[in-house]
Design a protein around this ligand. Structure first.
Ligand SMILES: CC(C)(COP(=O)(O)OP(=O)(O)OC[C@H]1O[C@@H](n2cnc3c(N)ncnc32)[C@H](O)[C@@H]1OP(=O)(O)O)[C@@H](O)C(=O)NCCC(=O)NCCS
Length: 154
């Protein structure tokens, strides 16, 4: 993966990110939502995973005081299972440590085993359920927290 890097997301990445987004989620975010996040939301930090010049994945988070709230991570289906989400998440944890963030949290669909495994690998643990959190199918969300701010995967 020598051709891969993680960089702060900018407007030039948004078209590629929209492809990743539409292939990854049943309720994809709009292009405008990404533009607003990266240009107007001063609490938001978004990162793009670039492979051979194209954005093939991304991760985003909000800093809320000393907490990092992960909004999303997604990887283009053709580039999954080769460690790209891991690289993006490692980068986000590193950035969080640099910003003085003490703990990180996120919500994930109960059925999303791939994502839950990814987060568990980086020290996130299941700490609760938000019942019927997702509007499209009423699925529960698992609430995960990472309290020990280290980068290494278990
Ligand atoms: C979840 C997702 C981001 C993982 O991306 P990825 O680049 O394939 O992940 P990686 O290759 O870095 O894998 C890291 C770990 O995730 C877990 N994982 C990834 N894909 C998996 C799968 N198909 N089944 C089970 N576990 C999986 C594993 O623990 C893996 O570690 P391992 O390789 O040591 O087994 C990707 O599947 C995706 O974009 N899914 C759709 C969007 C989504 O659901 N995002 C999460 C929203 S909260």
């Amino acid at each position: 993966m020598s051709d891969f890097k993680v960089v702060p997301m900018n407007l030039e990445h948004v078209n590629d990110i929209m492809i990743v987004e539409s292939l990854s989620f049943s309720i994809p975010w709009s292009k405008n939502a990404f533009i607003e996040e990266i240009t107007k939301n001063s609490f938001a930090y978004y990162y793009a995973g670039i492979y051979k010049g194209k954005a093939v994945g991304y991760g985003g988070m909000w800093q809320v005081f000393d907490e990092g709230h992960v909004t999303n991570i997604a990887v283009h289906p053709e580039f999954r299972k080769i460690g790209i989400a891991s690289r993006i998440l490692e980068f986000m944890i590193g950035e969080s440590i640099n910003k003085g963030i003490q703990r990180m949290t996120l919500e994930v669909r109960k059925s999303n085993v791939s994502a839950i495994n990814l987060y568990q690998k980086y020290g996130f643990i299941n700490e609760g359920i938000r019942k019927s959190y997702y509007a499209d199918n009423g699925e529960d969300a698992v609430i995960m927290w990472k309290h020990k701010m280290d980068i290494n995967a278990s």
